[in-house]
Design a protein around this ligand. Structure first.
Ligand code: RIB
Ligand code: CA
Length: 321
């Protein structure tokens, strides 16, 4: 497998922190930049969290950019459930040491377009927050964005209910207009939604192994993720663990064989009714043989979890050397 250049577009969040860790841990990835979005927390704090997670992982060389701070057609407002799930500070209320530098002054959307122009087919973009930055980049320079290898997103729900409303998943619900613009463009998208992320779970049996590395990174990541596991036990006791939403998207971007995919044309409903922010097959393009979205509908969760744990444990152990 050749090394993939990757950009992560995150709303750092506990599972976004795990997505960053996965990208740093996988030797098949060169993380060339992190873009911060809003969602779990406002964009500025999401950027601070990304910088701190990178610092914890000895990856200060990865630049962090701020993208758009609001959805296309309304102002961002943090909802209480986000503070409950991810903690007031977005990373399980764990204090991480500040990074040695600040985020970059260049706008994150411009950084993404420049990288798409420079690396084309060698670049993979993974979005684990709202699709606002991706839609903005497509609008600004469609032809350049079309060159990238692939855009893999954590978002949507095709065969299972949503997690914000019965039909809407959080990343899509933050900015349905942007998500619809992205899906109905002709760019190649992998959709890693609740269909697969609700089946891919982590428990304290795994975070205990991180603690046992006796490393600062292993212990802090276990503190952050244990907070999230406890919240999941309260809110979703039927699952028996916390969902690996965002790190699964990174895993699929690297190795799509972790999931089974349906090839479809997808749209997002943007009318303000009960179906607001639903991801659904686009009726107008049902018979179009050219599809641009691969929707993950099943996952080899055992193989993925094994890979996830190998990568995390190797990273933590090697940081100590
Ligand atoms: O619905 C789950 C998604 O919403 C994850 O990306 C989580 O971090 C939040 O952004
Ligand atoms: Ca996220």
């Amino acid at each position: 497998m050749s090394v993939k250049k990757m950009i992560l577009d995150v709303d750092t969040g506990v599972d976004d922190a795990m997505a960053i860790t996965y990208a740093i841990a996988d030797p098949n990835v060169e993380l060339i930049g992190v873009l911060s979005s809003y969602g779990n927390i406002e964009a500025n704090r999401a950027a601070v969290n990304a910088l701190r997670v990178l610092h914890l992982l000895h990856a200060d060389q990865v630049p962090v950019f701020i993208g758009n701070t609001d959805p296309v057609d309304h102002k961002y407002q943090r909802i209480d459930i986000n503070a409950q799930i991810h903690g007031e500070n977005g990373i399980g209320d764990v204090d991480l040491e500040p990074a040695t530098h600040d985020f970059e002054s260049q706008n994150g959307v411009d950084f993404m377009i420049e990288a798409a122009e420079k690396y084309g087919k060698d670049l993979t973009i993974v979005a684990t927050g709202p699709m606002t930055n991706i839609a903005a980049a497509i609008k600004k320079n469609h032809d350049v964005m079309k060159q990238v290898n692939n855009i893999t997103i954590m978002g949507g729900a095709l065969t299972v209910p949503g997690n914000v409303t019965p039909v809407a998943e959080a990343n899509i619900e933050q900015d349905p207009v942007a998500a619809n613009e992205m899906f109905t463009s002709d760019l190649n998208i992998n959709m890693v939604g609740l269909d697969v992320t609700l089946r891919t779970l982590l428990t304290k049996a795994e975070t205990k192994q991180w603690r046992a590395t006796n490393t600062e990174a292993g212990q802090k990541m276990a503190d952050i993720v244990d907070y999230y596991i406890d919240v999941y036990a309260d809110i979703y006791p039927e699952l028996g663990g916390c969902s690996l939403h965002d790190p699964l998207a990174v895993g699929v971007a690297i190795d799509p064989s972790f999931v089974t995919m349906l090839h479809l044309n997808i749209m997002v409903t943007t009318e303000h009714d009960a179906y607001y922010a639903r991801t659904i097959a686009d009726k107008a393009r049902l018979n179009d043989p050219d599809t641009n979205v691969n929707v993950a509908v099943n996952v080899d969760k055992e193989r993925y979890l094994q890979e996830f744990m190998n990568l995390f444990l190797n990273l933590f152990n090697n940081l100590n050397k």
